[in-house]
Design a protein around this ligand. Structure first.
Ligand SMILES: [Ca+2]
Ligand SMILES: [Ca+2]
Ligand SMILES: [Ca+2]
Ligand SMILES: [Ca+2]
Length: 251
């Protein structure tokens, strides 16, 4: 008799205890995203404008805003498309509106310093020195008239004036003394006598304590009150009202 062919079943080895594993680290999200193949539920803007510039901040970017500055003039015809200028004023007709033209009259002097920003005057001549160029100054130079008088200001400055403009000539003399400043002006030549109503400007050359200067005296002959004065030369300026005396200004 043959022995049974079946071998005795070996004992089942004990199951190895599973080694505890560290919890899985959540995957770091990547910055790249797979383009969605699903069509967007809302239609995207149709004009690329990565900068999102929106001059008039109306919520519609310039790239797709027909009127970038919202001044009612469409960009296609607006002579300052990014500066509101509904009147479209363009003094020098160079196609750039005054509102965005740095030189409105195209005379090579920028508006910021031009003494006639809307009238070409490249030389900037300002005969009476009032800051308004001759070509746009209603009273650019001397006018017939006289300034006569003397007085002492409340600040203690003494002055004596005899100035005339007749037949195209300015003539006379100005003397001025500021004791507090230790300065004494004596005119040499009058280059301007400008009388407008009761106001006058007398300008010329002279000497202050012996040094040559160009001076300017403005006078207002106040009918009922102290006359007012302003005396200037390079490095000096004094406004005053007469405490004593009288200045007489007449055309
Ligand atoms: Ca516009
Ligand atoms: Ca212009
Ligand atoms: Ca100019
Ligand atoms: Ca002037």
């Amino acid at each position: 008799m043959t022995p049974p062919t079946t071998a005795p079943t070996p004992p089942t080895p004990p199951k190895p205890t599973p080694t505890p594993t560290a919890p899985a680290t959540p995957a770091t999200p990547t910055t790249t995203t797979t383009p969605s193949t699903t069509p967007p539920t809302t239609a995207p803007p149709h004009t690329p404008n990565p900068t999102q510039t929106d001059t008039d901040t109306d919520g519609t970017g310039d790239a797709c805003d027909p009127d970038d500055d919202n001044d009612t003039v469409d960009d296609t015809t607006d002579n300052c498309p990014h500066t509101p200028n509904p009147t479209q004023t363009d003094t020098d007709t160079d196609g750039t509106g005054d509102a965005c033209d740095p030189d409105d009259d195209n005379d090579t002097v920028d508006d910021t310093t031009d003494n006639c920003p809307h009238t070409p005057n490249p030389t900037q001549t300002d005969t009476d020195g009032d800051g308004v160029g001759d070509v746009c100054d209603d009273v650019p130079g001397s006018t017939p008239g006289s300034v006569i008088g003397l007085g002492v200001t409340t600040g203690g400055q003494h002055m004596a004036v005899t100035a005339h403009h007749r037949r195209g000539q300015s003539f006379g003399a100005v003397a001025y003394h500021d004791p507090a400043a230790g300065l004494r002006l004596v005119s040499t030549t009058l280059t301007l006598v400008q009388v407008v109503g009761r106001s006058a400007v007398v300008a010329g050359t002279g000497r202050v304590n012996g040094q040559p200067v160009e001076f300017r005296l403005s006078v207002e002959d106040v009918p009922a009150g102290p006359d007012r004065t302003r005396v200037t030369w390079r490095g000096y300026s004094a406004d005053g009202a007469l405490a004593w005396g009288n200045l007489w200004v007449r055309p």
